[in-house]
Design a protein around this ligand. Structure first.
Ligand code: NAD
Length: 502
């Protein structure tokens, strides 16, 4: 069973920092399996001195890496994509084992890392700048994009491989070096991914482009935020963490790319095709045990179908197979740890106190590990708890008069990540997508809130942080833009007709 750990190079105690070579001198951190609570392996964490050593090497390597032509950088990322393909099954298994998502989602996560590597390879020949017509005769104006420097990448526990890949594959072709600080809840997946990167970059003579530091948010994390050597911090996690990062990094006028919590909703109109809506809602709310930033947390149903749809949902929930995420037939694995189970139980209690009615689930599952029952709660708009993101499989269902009211209620929370409508009416669909429709970064029609493709820019508005990662033109965040004007005439005219004769 543990053969995959050996094949991925995971040892009983692993060093937690690397910039080519591996080292670390801090306290040990244990990684436990959420399915049975057993110890998987340990990591010796990085200290602040270890972090400084990684920064020094990243800065040195940047001086070389920034001069490598972007398509040549892309070639190395292509090799890394192939390496991840070779190890996809083992990596997917490790993600499922350490984080608790089911095996097909674990492998899907590695596929996402491969997809973004492929995307980055193509991008390495498309880091386009614009040319402009100058108002001055004999002048040419254009903009170009240069590498930014060392990128700090902070990731959440729930996507222990893919979010690093979204950032690092793009940052690498942009000519940046980087330092990854993963979640302390899933350090082994980070070590396994990083080992592949180390091998590929060493084979090409560029050790120290992608680097790793595993340590506490309060020590190495904070040091990174305050570090003026790091021009961009790309951070994925809770809104609380994002506020702290935004505050510290903006104090030193650094850049942030924030991918924070969501409170995602699906609207089901009375004309919806329920054969599509039902599985989309169940996957959105129950998939990954409700631990995706894009998990469906609120459901707005038009009143004429409220009773029949909630009944179907309750029936569907009863067929959810909860269990070991490594078994193919399991739909839902455990939560990440017992703290997350307690937070879910507290939220259910709070919902009940505010008048919420539990339609199904609501408890823990009586077996070892951090297992819970997926839960549906009939809610009303005055409930405060529905405004929070509880990172667990709780779905709040609301009865609404019409699509307009559903959109208004959907937009009434602080977060703005993902949203969806199920309808066969083009007017309802277009209203949802219009400027007065969904206020989220992601708005879907007839597909659910979770499971985004890497080709689009991913991220959300309001308290979700405003960042955009992965596809489209997200790469621009990882580079600095330079506007260049070249005078090839024999005169020196000033812009806006200003005269300054000497
Ligand atoms: P978290 O906020 O507890 O931790 C996220 C990361 O931030 C961890 O690596 C943690 O060590 C680090 N961190 C915390 N304080 C820090 C500090 N002061 N300095 C530097 N680093 C610090 O989040 P989590 O529980 O791991 O993940 C769940 C949250 O992440 C949810 O809110 C979820 O919605 C969000 N998330 C968002 C997206 C997105 O793309 N919008 C994707 C995945 C997860």
């Amino acid at each position: 069973m543990r053969d995959f750990l050996r094949r991925l190079g995971i040892e009983d105690v692993n060093p937690g920092a690397t910039c080519g070579e591996w080292f670390s001198s801090g306290e040990e951190l244990a990684s436990y399996c959420p399915t049975d609570g057993g110890l998987i392996a340990k990591v010796r964490q990085a200290t602040e001195e270890d972090y400084d050593r990684v920064v020094a090497k990243s800065a040195e390597v940047f001086k070389t890496w920034r001069n490598v032509p972007a398509p040549a950088r892309g070639e190395i990322v292509r090799q890394l994509g192939l390496k991840m393909r070779d190890h996809k099954k083992d990596l997917g298994r490790l993600v499922a084992y350490e984080m608790g998502k089911v095996i097909s989602e674990g492998e899907g996560e590695i596929q996402e890392a491969i997809d973004i590597a492929d995307f980055a390879v193509g991008l390495s020949r498309q880091l386009y700048g614009l040319t402009m017509h100058s108002e001055r005769p004999g002048h040419r104006m254009y903009e170009q994009w240069h590498p930014l420097g060392i990128i700090g990448i902070v990731t959440a526990f729930n996507f222990p491989a893919a979010v690093w890949a979204w950032n690092s594959m793009i940052a690498a072709v942009c000519g940046d070096t980087m330092i990854w600080k993963p979640s302390s809840k899933v350090p082994l997946t980070a070590i396994a991914m990083q080992k592949l990167a180390n091998d590929v970059f060493a084979d090409n003579g560029y050790e120290g482009v992608m680097n790793l530091v595993i340590g506490r948010g309060s020590s190495v994390g904070e040091r990174m935020l305050h570090d003026r050597n790091i021009p961009l911090i790309s951070a994925t996690g809770s809104c609380r963490m994002g506020r702290r990062i935004g505050e510290v990094v903006s104090q030193r006028l650094g850049r942030t790319l924030l991918e924070l919590g969501g409170n995602n909703a699906i609207v089901v109109a009375e004309d919806a095709d329920l054969r599509l809506a039902l599985p989309a809602v169940v996957f959105g709310a129950v998939g990954t045990a409700g631990q995706r930033c894009t998990s469906t947390r609120r459901l707005f149903i038009e009143k004429s179908i409220f009773g029949s749809l909630t009944e179907k949902l309750v029936t569907a929930y009863k067929s959810i197979r909860i269990g070991d995420p490594l078994e193919e037939e399991t739909h839902m694995g455990p939560l990440i740890d017992d703290g997350a189970v307690q937070e879910m139980m507290d939220a259910i209690e709070a919902a009940k106190k505010e008048g919420g009615e539990v339609l199904c689930g609501g408890g823990k599952v009586d077996r070892p590990g951090s297992f819970v029952e997926p839960t549906i709660i009939k809610a009303h708009p005055d409930m405060k708890i529905v405004r929070d993101e509880t990172f667990a499989p709780i779905l709040y269902v609301f009865e609404v008069d019409d699509v307009e009211q559903a959109i208004e209620m959907q937009n009434s929370v602080d977060q703005g990540l993902s949203s969806a409508i199920f309808t066969t009416n083009v007017m309802s669909a277009e209203t949802f997508l219009s400027a007065r429709g969904s206020d989220c970064g992601i708005a879907n029609v007839n597909i659910g809130t979770s499971g985004a493709e890497i080709g689009g820019a991913f991220g959300g508005e309001k308290d979700t942080g405003g960042g955009r990662e992965a596809g489209s033109d997200s790469w621009k965040t990882y580079m600095r833009r330079q506007t260049c004007t070249i005078n090839w005439s024999k005169d020196l005219p000033l812009a806006q007709g200003v005269k300054f004769d000497i």
